[in-house]
Design a protein around this ligand. Structure first.
Ligand SMILES: [Zn+2]
Length: 496
């Protein structure tokens, strides 16, 4: 037998239905071929896990294309079409044994509620049902009946904050390999629950900690081959939004396990709703002085949750006080970046920033000195989450406004990793206060830098979801008090 080959590629982005800024191609990091394989090798990403696991087994990985962007508004149709055409062209060449897709799940385009399902359907249409097709998804993916019908095994991250991206890719790859070698015949038991989690949904804390421990024990004991528990991205106004428990058996579906896990999730649903401390509490703390920098997640304007990243709520609070240490706060504002870059480093400029799309606080006019500016800065993630991942920033400028380092960028970023700040000349370890546009994931990658806290701020990604105009996703708990008896989803069937 010659060398086995797998096809791996696709698109990874998480969309927010209420973010009005469409995501175009320039927002994506696009890579292909040996360059994509080399970039992924050894990195803690889904593709990295696929590549490392495949190469350890002597399997060659073909990457027709991989599009990756941060969360944001729906992705422009042409971007999705370009990716799908590249993947389908490669699928038609047929020079591979299985397909393993590193995706995110939970993306939107203006016309598609489930583009990942559409990609899988297109690939199945070309290769048929006999070629193993497995997928790695983020834990916050929106899973659909279409996806479950088209893939042989869907593996989701098992950690939030996410630290097992590589391991997820490895699970997806090994399932495909085991199928190819006749050791695995995946049989799915799946349960959907019309509910969302809001805030108390870390997997290293209760109630999810013991739920995942039970799932892991079941896999280790051979009760199931693989289990994923999906906590859907909360800002998707799509039909069938909710939680999914997927338990795959080898030959026989572990129905009882899936029902048990889903039953626990439903019974403990009220515990999954959390609260965050107010911003002022932590600004007061910073004013009193801390041993280590305070790293604050701006809950209401989390780019990691799909927000536009131009919210001024925190910036206003920082500028309103004169007792705070040096701070770094980001705002996405292409016009302000242009003005600062035109004035040049060393110039004193007056610009009006932010508040265009994140409208809970109005734009702010500031005067400050441009201390750095540029474009195409390289970010390398320290990790542990996504350690080694490389991405390139667009244009940026840093403005000193008193003790505030106002970090202006032409696109929004989540600041999940301190590498973002360092790329623009700011060392987060030397700040007293650092703002990120993330609610969970930054806590892993800034743990070595300072104390990480997510604060309650208003905005498009705050968990005050009753303020958002959901239509298609309803009814769901906790916006709607509904009666649910968890039951098995018939593979290929519609939602109950
Ligand atoms: Zn996620």
């Amino acid at each position: 037998m010659g060398t086995r080959r797998i096809l791996a590629g696709g698109i990874a982005q998480e969309s927010h239905s209420f973010n009005p800024v469409p995501m175009g191609r320039s927002w994506f990091n696009v890579c292909a071929g040996v360059e994509a394989v080399a970039a992924a090798r050894g990195s803690n990403s889904v593709l990295g896990g696929i590549v490392d696991a495949a190469e350890a087994k002597g399997v060659e990985v073909i990457v027709p294309t991989v599009f990756r962007a941060q969360s944001g508004g729906p992705v422009e149709e042409a971007v999705f079409e370009e990716m799908r055409n590249l993947m389908c062209d490669a699928a038609r060449r047929g020079d591979f044994d299985a397909i393993v897709l590193p995706l995110h799940g939970g993306m939107l385009t203006p016309s598609l509620e489930d583009p990942e399902g559409a990609l899988m359907a297109a690939l199945r249409g070309i290769v048929g049902d006999d070629v193993p097709l497995t997928v790695g998804f983020d834990l916050h993916a929106h899973v659909t009946p279409e996806i479950l019908a088209r893939c042989d095994l869907l593996a989701g991250y098992l950690t939030n904050p996410h630290g097992d991206q590589g391991r997820t890719g490895q699970r997806a790859f090994l399932a495909a390999l085991n199928m190819l070698e006749g050791r695995l015949r995946p049989a799915l038991a799946a349960v959907h629950l019309p509910m969302l989690t809001f805030g108390n949904d870390r997997t290293d804390e209760e109630p999810l900690l013991s739920l995942h421990a039970r799932a892991r024990a079941a896999v280790e004991a051979g009760e199931a081959y693989d289990v994923s528990i999906f906590n859907a991205q909360q800002f998707l106004d799509v039909r069938g939004l909710g939680q999914w428990v997927l338990a795959y058996g080898n030959g026989a579906a572990p129905d009882g396990l899936a029902l048990e896990l889903a039953g626990t999730l439903w019974d403990r649903r009220r515990e999954l709703i959390g609260t965050y401390p107010p911003l002022d509490e932590y600004l007061d703390k910073a004013a009193r002085g801390t041993d280590r920098p305070l790293i604050l997640g701006d809950q209401g304007d989390r780019v990691a949750g799909g927000s536009p990243g131009d919210g001024t709520y925190v910036l206003r609070a920082l500028l309103a006080r004169d007792d705070l240490p040096a701070s770094a706060v980001p705002i996405a504002d292409a016009d302000a970046v242009r003005a600062c870059r035109a004035a040049g480093v060393g110039a004193v400029v007056t610009v009006t920033v932010g508040g265009r799309y994140s409208t809970v606080a109005p734009p702010v006019t500031v005067t400050g000195e441009v201390v750095s500016a540029g474009a195409s800065a390289q970010v390398v993630y320290d990790g542990p989450a996504d350690a080694g991942y490389r991405t390139t920033l667009g244009a940026y400028a840093v403005l000193h406004v008193g003790r505030v380092n106002l970090v202006l960028t032409d696109q929004p970023y989540s600041y999940l990793d301190p590498g973002y700040y360092r790329a623009m000349g700011i060392d987060p370890a030397r700040m007293g206060l650092v703002i990120t546009r993330s609610g969970y994931h930054f806590t892993l990658n800034y743990a070595a830098v300072g104390q990480c806290v997510t604060v309650d701020t208003p905005g498009m990604t705050s968990y005050r979801v009753g303020e958002l105009p959901f239509v298609k996703a309803r009814p769901f708990f906790p916006l709607d008090e509904i009666e649910v008896t968890p039951r098995l989803h018939a593979r290929g069937g519609a939602l109950p």
